[in-house]
Ligand binder design. Structure first.
Ligand SMILES: Nc1ncnc2c1ncn2[C@@H]1O[C@H](COP(=O)(O)OP(=O)(O)OP(=O)(O)O)[C@@H](O)[C@H]1O
Ligand SMILES: [Mg+2]
Length: 498
């Protein structure tokens, strides 16, 4: 295996999934749409390939952005979402229609990159937190023990004398009963001991007590015991400053800048050990994580493997330049263009170059066509894939095959009420047929129709489940017809219900 780069987050090609494997993974969740799956798989593999190139060549290779064209509910978003999860890339889904031209009220286009950077930082940070978790918990245990039985060496300081007093108080309150508990008794004696020289014997006794407490802590016997800990909180002053382009830019942010400059304020709080452990573990983890590394890792990850899913791109297609106060669609396209062509966006984590971020756009393109986009934008989306409308046979498979298939979801939900539901094959046929029929007669909303139909179908069962005497329920074709056929037959009613 050849290493691509010293940075740990960049995978070797051998580690990356092959296009065929990517398609196989997507097949677990999305039925059909082979062409779209194939395109995204190639785009992804090309990124891995790009990473292997020599520096100067690598900079030349632009990502092959994709436009997915297809009516609503056929799996466009689903493909992109699954893809991002699969490759653990920073992924953000935005609605193109939410953005406006500079100078108009609305989100400025650069905010999508800022959001993506935030997301990547959180992603890397939680990965790091997972890595240091064990170490942080070890340190937390030691700190908790320090609170419970302050080390003898520090006994001279007034601070710990205070703590000792508290602990004894606790005993009297009965948190640790002195009579019943030889361990606590030993500790009290220990506390009462001379506070001057610490003899070796004492030291030894201290360590023994500490170990006993450690055991009790691990056995979960002290979870409810309250202790006083210092909680640091930074007070952030409420300053809001409005810039001409809106609050958006405050991302690069006064709050953050001030936040780290302000002195940390320590506040004492009395909390049970169970809660203290969480607070301390978080603190310890934060100390163990090098945030500078996290940020540079995150920025590199956004730049090299970030994915932006631009939904509803068709809504901003169009070249008419409207006179008047309206936001022009072309204007929005012109604003988005530099980000897609590659520019540098200032985020609170530093500069982010957008040259190699992969953009996947999607839209139904009912009214407009991809050719209605401005030419520069068209050029930046060289791959077009069409997703097919879903038919009855697809519906059958969608109901049963994917890992998260709707049928499986309803069965699992009702299982929590001890109801065993069986959905027969002919019931699936019937549901698929009805869904298709309603899509034809009312409006084609793709696989989303299955959601509305299933909800209606299970309406009665979902309500009655806790009260049912009969724990085994079979949903067959007759049941489906019984629940739904009246509604389906009447187009006016189904417009509202399904
Ligand atoms: N081919 C498919 N296989 C499995 N499930 C699907 C498929 N197509 C759609 N679905 C399901 O239908 C729902 C809607 O799909 P999705 O969000 O991908 O629609 P979309 O194509 O993005 O539509 P829109 O244009 O309205 O955004 C999701 O719950 C998804 O799981
Ligand atoms: Mg969508």
């Amino acid at each position: 295996m050849s290493t691509l780069n010293s940075s740990s987050n960049q995978k070797t090609l051998a580690d990356a999934l092959t296009p065929r494997q990517i398609v196989e993974e997507l097949d677990k969740y999305i039925i059909g749409q082979a062409e779209a799956k194939r395109s995204v798989a190639i785009a992804l593999r090309n990124r891995a390939r790009r990473q292997m190139l020599e520096d100067d060549m690598r900079d030349e290779v632009a990502p092959k952005n994709i436009i997915m064209i297809g009516t609503t509910g056929v799996g466009k978003t689903e493909i992109a979402r699954r893809l991002a999860r699969l490759v653990e890339a920073p992924f953000i889904k935005v609605e193109a229609s939410k953005y406006t031209e500079v100078g108009y009220v609305g989100r400025d286009v650069e905010s999508m990159i800022r959001d993506l950077a935030d997301l990547a930082v959180n992603m890397v940070k939680s990965e790091q937190a997972e890595i240091v978790k064990e170490k942080a918990l070890e340190l937390t245990e030691e700190r908790l023990l320090d609170f419970l039985i302050p080390p003898p060496r520090s006994k001279m300081s007034p601070d710990s004398a205070e703590k000792d007093a508290e602990l004894t108080d606790e005993g009297e309150e009965g948190q640790i009963s002195t009579e019943a508990d030889p361990l606590a008794l030993a500790m009290q004696q220990f506390d009462a001991a001379e506070r001057t020289e610490i003899s070796e014997q004492e030291q030894e006794r201290y360590l023994r007590t500490r170990e006993k407490f450690r055991q009790r802590l691990r056995d979960g016997k002290l979870e409810d015991k309250p202790i006083e800990i210092n909680v640091s909180n930074r007070t952030v002053p409420f300053v809001e400053i409005f810039s001409p382009s809106g609050i958006e830019e405050m991302d690069i942010n006064l709050k953050d800048m001030f936040g780290s400059m302000l002195p940390k304020q320590e506040k004492k709080r009395r909390v049970p050990i169970s809660e203290a452990r969480q607070i301390i573990a978080q603190e310890e983890a934060e100390k163990l994580i090098d945030m500078d590394n996290v940020i540079s890792d995150a920025v590199a990850r956004v730049e090299n493997s970030g994915i932006v899913f631009l939904d509803e791109i068709d809504k901003i297609a169009g070249r008419e330049s409207k006179a008047g106060p309206d936001v022009s669609r072309e204007g929005v396209q012109r604003d988005i263009l530099p980000i897609i062509e590659g520019s540098t966006v200032m985020t609170k984590h530093g500069m982010v170059r957008t040259d190699h971020i992969l953009f996947i756009a999607s839209g139904a393109f009912h009214v407009s066509k991809p050719s209605d986009l401005i030419p520069e934008l068209q050029g930046r989306f060289p791959i077009r894939v069409e997703l097919k409308s879903l038919n009855e046979a697809d519906f059958k498979r969608i109901l049963t095959e994917p890992k998260n298939a709707l049928g499986k979801q309803y069965i699992a939900m009702l299982k929590t009420e001890d109801i065993d539901v069986t959905i027969t094959g002919d019931a699936i046929d019937e549901i698929a047929a009805l869904a298709f029929q309603v899509n034809e007669s009312v409006e084609d909303i793709g696989a989303r129709r299955l959601h509305t139909i299933m909800e209606k179908l299970f309406d009665e069962l979902s309500f009655d489940a806790p009260d049912l005497a009969e724990k085994a329920i079979t949903v067959d074709a007759a049941y489906v017809t019984g629940q739904l056929s009246e509604i389906v037959k009447d187009e006016d009613i189904s417009k509202y219900i399904l």
